[in-house]
Design a protein around this ligand. Sequence first.
Ligand SMILES: C[S@@+](CC[C@H](N)C(=O)[O-])C[C@H]1O[C@@H](n2cnc3c(N)ncnc32)[C@H](O)[C@@H]1O
Ligand code: SF4
Length: 377
Amino acid sequence: MKKFSPKETPLSLYIHLPWCEKQCPYCDFNIDINKKNGDEDLLIDAILSDLEASKIYISGRKFISIYFGGGTPSLVNSKNIEKILLKLSSSRMINKDCEISFEFNPKEVTLDYLTDLSNIGINRASIGIQSFDNVTLKSLERNHNADEALKALNIIDSIKSIKTSIDLIYGVMGQSLSSFVKDIEIFCSQNISHLSMYQLTIEPNTIFYKKELKIPKDTEIEKMEQAAQKLLNKSRFYQYEVSSWTKEKSFSKHNMNYWMYGDFLGLGPGAHSKITSEDEITRMVKLKKVDSYIKNPSKVSKNQITTDGYDIDLAMNLLRLKDGVSFDELKSRKIHLTETFLKKLDLGISNNLLEKNGIKATSIGYKFLNDTVNTFS
Ligand SMILES: C[S@@+](CC[C@H](N)C(=O)[O-])C[C@H]1O[C@@H](n2cnc3c(N)ncnc32)[C@H](O)[C@@H]1O
Ligand code: SF4
């Protein structure tokens, strides 16, 4: 395979903070609900030593974005977040204009906590609101109610240095079209420039998977999507990725880097990395269990992306972007297109799944994105 350009590949940092107060029945993230006294300090020390040992993978490159995800990062003391950020800045690993995001559950959004996080450099918040309707929140067995969700948004609005995104879920048991429309209307009435909107998925290994659930019919779900699109567009929000909507181009810089095939280093239990070197791209995963990770934070399982796997790996990311990526942009980001990729691109174009200019799904290709991506397998 042709050589890559690691120095010119933008690099992000993901830090996984796994603890949650309870297990939500739909969630298959790598979480832990048994946090014991002292665990937090042990995990932060392990993350710091993992960071030190990971310098070999990134050879002096700086992070364009940092993302504290979970689990529920907002259950972690701000002093411990500060420790990580201080270490990153004293090691000169943070790029100028770095986006530093932090995930919250609404319950932990307090003025004191947010002020502390803002003072140490957090400049973007992602809040797991899910819905403003207590019926939907109850179906999802969330540990917060609609009033707490609105209160969280009021508080966050008072911290001007923090940009906000919220998560909403649709296609939930007992959720009506009018209830979801109300959720979108409430979102649009807030001073927020980014939305992540997910259809409820029932993943194996979750509590919901074992239950008989009365999920709204496909036709109802389609109506929810259409109504949301109409309302969001009316409020100048546009979809730029499968689940992401923004106004005024307040994209998530961190997630954009994933979809634009940038590199990322993952620290913390079960965190994933993608690292480009001059002649190969390697994906890595840390040990999943908190205790195992604490004992051995540098241990990874590695998987090199083969010549065969490269095309689909690349397509799977780029094609998530609604506007696709132009050939000029690919060139400036030094993203290599193999001969086989270009042949498959032609096939996708002749099947009307892909546009002629750049790497972009047609509207039908975007509707059936899995099929479109599979053109590159
Ligand atoms: C790590 S959580 C966000 C922070 C926090 N743990 C919370 O739940 O509020 C990431 C987001 O993924 C979404 N999500 C998780 N599991 C999902 C599922 N099965 N179907 C749809 N969305 C899901 C939720 O919107 C959730 O807010
Ligand atoms: S949805 Fe969020 S709070 Fe619930 S278990 Fe998953 S990570 Fe934890």
